[in-house]
Design a binder for this molecule. Structure first.
Ligand code: SAM
Ligand code: DTB
Ligand code: SF4
Length: 362
């Protein structure tokens, strides 16, 4: 049951969201137990592989170049550093790595070739690889799939109506197309939203209704609470109450019984009891490690302690689907071959006494 037929209208979802809290949590917990192992919670780590300097105007985002935040822009990380970070996340119990880039969209360039290599390398570590790189066309999605990408994260963020108040440089329709491209390539879809941006309860319901309109709803639905960052247009938003997070997690769990509901950004503002109710209500994953993309998150050790107290166990990789096979990438192989031949040519030229011309760049 991908979508719950009892809750597929605005009215029924609103009624559900507004139920007495403990009734709502009980109903969500009952569904959760039918479709998932309630003791298992996945630890997933985030890694910002390309930080800041983004051309978009997403009102919540500290990485948009136009806002004056403390985020420093960095170029793409090297494949070697990504492997090192992935190994560290794995040794701390994470079974999934989500690599994020502050891009509007993927471009067919050397940076994307490097991302393809990162996907191959992290998949080789037996971790689920997720990427969130902005908009993606069909060919790019196929390249990522062939590299071994397990999931693509692309959030609708809120209802179609409220989205316009938060982002103007990209349409809701563009987001839907990217999700479709990932789905068509055979990559699992991770898509969710943010609460606490000033939206109405109807917009939280509206986000879920957008997923219900899809032929197949997302395999994973991350629920984020806004991290209000100084310098962004949403810096002064009033923080949400943790009850709102619990309600949103519970409503999502009931509406999409098979999807993994991910308790995402905003945990530093929650206590253990609040998070426990989210797990009870069906959250099956957290982001682990002291940093999300650019903002703080609880330390690995804090979460390990919480798991111990609550009797939770970290979910293994590929519990929700087979490990993808990483296939060779023709574009990367052609580039490497060209580089190899060029190195041989230079070597031969040196032997014959030829000195390559030095080019001075001002
Ligand atoms: N640039 C790509 C994109 O926008 O799709 C990928 C990276 S972007 C940072 C990934 C997601 O992080 C956004 O869609 C948004 O849902 C979430 N996000 C960004 N800033 C946030 C914040 N301050 N609080 C909560 N979630 C945030
Ligand atoms: C998602 O839904 N939340 C994550 C992940 N997908 C990419 C990102 C949260 C970012 C929070 C703000 C930051 O750290 O920059
Ligand atoms: Fe750029 Fe993504 Fe941030 Fe929007 S959310 S500004 S697209 S990095």
């Amino acid at each position: 049951m991908k979508v719950n037929p009892n809750y597929n209208t605005k009215e029924s979802l609103l009624e559900l969201y507004n139920k007495p809290l403990l009734e709502l949590v009980f109903e969500a917990a009952t569904i959760h137990r039918k479709f998932h192992n309630p003791r298992e919670v996945q630890m997933s780590s985030l890694l910002s592989i390309k930080t800041g300097g983004c051309s978009e105007d997403c009102g919540y985002c500290p990485q948009a170049a136009r806002y004056h935040t403390d985020v420093e822009a960095h170029k793409l990380m090297s494949v070697e550093s990504v492997i090192e970070q992935a190994k560290n996340a794995k040794s701390n119990g994470s079974s999934r790595l989500c690599m994020g880039a502050a891009w509007r969209e993927v471009r067919d360039n050397k940076d994307f070739d490097s991302v393809v290599e990162m996907v191959q390398a992290v998949n080789d570590l037996d971790m689920e690889v997720c990427c969130t790189l902005g908009m993606l066309n069909e060919n790019q999605a196929v390249r990522l799939k062939n590299a071994g990408l397990f999931a693509y994260n692309h959030n609708l963020d809120s209802s179609k109506e409220f989205y316009k108040d938060i982002i103007s440089t990209r349409e809701y329709e563009d987001r839907l197309n990217t999700i479709d491209n990932a789905r068509k390539a055979g990559i699992t879809v991770c898509s969710g939203g943010i609460i606490g941006m000033g939206e109405a309860i109807e917009d939280r319901v509206g986000l879920l209704l957008s997923y219900m309109e899809m032929e197949t709803p997302p395999d994973s639905i991350p629920i984020n609470a806004l991290v209000a960052v100084e310098g962004t247009p949403l810096e002064n938003q009033k923080p949400i109450e943790q009850w709102e997070m619990i309600r949103m997690v519970a409503m999502t769990r009931i509406a999409f019984p098979e999807s993994v509901v991910r308790l995402s950004a905003g945990r530093t503002k929650m206590n253990m009891e609040g998070q426990a109710l989210c797990f009870m209500a069906g959250a099956g994953s957290i982001f682990a490690g002291d940093k999300l993309l650019t903002t703080p998150n609880p330390e690995f050790n804090e979460d390990k302690e919480m798991f111990k107290i609550l009797g939770l166990v970290a979910k293994e990789a590929f519990a929700e689907g087979e490990k993808p096979v990483s296939k060779p990438d023709a574009i990367i192989d052609a580039r490497k071959e060209k580089e190899r031949l060029r190195a041989i040519q230079l070597e031969e030229a040196k032997v014959s006494g030829f000195e390559p011309r030095k080019v001075t760049v001002n």
